[in-house]
Design a protein around this ligand. Structure first.
Ligand code: DAH
Length: 343
């Protein structure tokens, strides 16, 4: 009998049940009226007195082992069943999918590109590490011209011929690269990262993004410039947006202008974002200076064109009400999460 009990305890370890009916069969086999346990307890009467203690302990051990085994088989079957029900229940809401989000600078950059691509502009890119020629000289900045002081440059390498290597201070360098490899008609925008030696603050950063635009063909006039930029302003900031052009100066355009849009917060009435003026400055622009065309071997007697350049951070600030440039670079998840639903 002792042997049978020990064998039964051993056998229990191997038991499995693939469904509830099989489990019930096992329960009957072990715990039922005519089951193994009852049979052994019946035989217990005949066990000699001196063995009763040991046999009793073994029988109780068998009893708890059977009960625990059956409980655990039941638990795992129920668990499986629950999983199946969950999958089968197609009316249940799906699990929350956590996805990343695009950076506001990418969102605005993509939107600008999309707006201009609808009127035939294609995207051009150029290197961030540039030379003096493409950033300054070919854009009509004479060597000692004070205009060079407008932009504090990070120099990488000084060259004996003066064509120093530097981090581009504006994406206007891509204008030059495009004109060097392509004759008009040219209609491009050049989004990209630019660098200036600025102290980092809420309003200035040493790294930021610009989108440059260039259109060169026969008979391009200031009217084309104005109308193209009005189209852009309305697509970007809403169809009631107005623009104004103020005379300005850039070495690479003549005449040059700054473009303002009517403040989209107060509708031109004056608020603290537009500092009471009703207008927000968003880009520089102008007719490409004939010297710039000639520097890249484009005949300025045949062709004319316009150019413009805007800061992506600035446009995103106005669009989303962001008031500190540093937020763009800190990668604070609380800031980035706010752009989740905007694709
Ligand atoms: N490159 C200028 C800047 O960084 C922006 C700019 C102004 C670009 C006028 C242009 C332009 O193409 O015509 O401030």
């Amino acid at each position: 009998m002792k042997q049978r009990i020990k064998q039964a305890i051993e056998n229990l370890k191997q038991l499995t049940a693939s469904n509830l009916e099989e489990l019930e069969q096992l329960r009957i086999q072990y715990l039922g009226k005519k089951g193994l346990l009852n049979e052994l307890f019946a035989q217990f009467k005949n066990v000699p007195n001196e063995e009763k203690k040991e046999m009793g302990t073994l029988l109780n051990e068998l009893k708890t082992s059977i009960q625990t085994k059956i409980e655990s088989l039941k638990d795992s079957l129920e668990q499986k069943n629950e999983q199946r029900i969950q999958i089968d229940d197609l009316t249940k809401p799906s699990y929350l999918q956590t996805t990343g989000s695009r950076h506001p600078i990418s969102l605005v950059r993509n939107e600008i590109v999309e707006i201009f691509s609808r009127i035939g502009y294609s995207v051009e890119e150029g290197p961030e590490i540039e030379d003096d020629w493409h950033v300054f000289s070919a854009l009509n900045f004479p060597p000692e011209h004070p205009a060079r002081d407008m932009q504090d440059t990070f120099f990488v390498e000084e060259k004996t011929d003066g064509n120093n290597i530097l981090l581009r201070t504006h994406t206007s360098s891509v204008q030059v690269r495009t004109m060097e490899k392509q004759q008009p008609p040219i209609r491009i925008i050049a989004p990209g990262r630019v660098f200036r030696n600025e102290t980092i603050s809420a309003r200035a950063h040493c790294i930021f993004h610009q989108v440059e635009g260039l259109y060169i063909d026969k008979n391009v006039s200031f009217v084309d410039l104005k109308q193209s930029l009005l189209y852009f302003a309305r697509e970007m900031f809403g169809k009631d947006t107005r623009i104004r052009l103020r005379p300005s100066y850039f070495p690479f355009t003549e005449p040059s202008a700054e473009m303002d849009i009517s403040c989209n917060l107060c509708n031109g009435k004056g608020c603290n974002v537009c500092k009471g003026t009703g207008w927000l400055e968003i880009m520089g622009c102008g007719m490409v200076d004939p010297n710039v065309l000639e520097a890249s071997n484009i005949d300025s007697k045949v062709y004319s064109g316009f150019a413009f350049g805007m800061g992506v951070e600035r446009i995103a600030m106005l669009k989303y009400g962001i008031n500190d440039l540093r937020l763009y670079f800190e990668n604070d998840i609380r800031f980035l999460n706010q752009f989740k639903s905007i694709i």
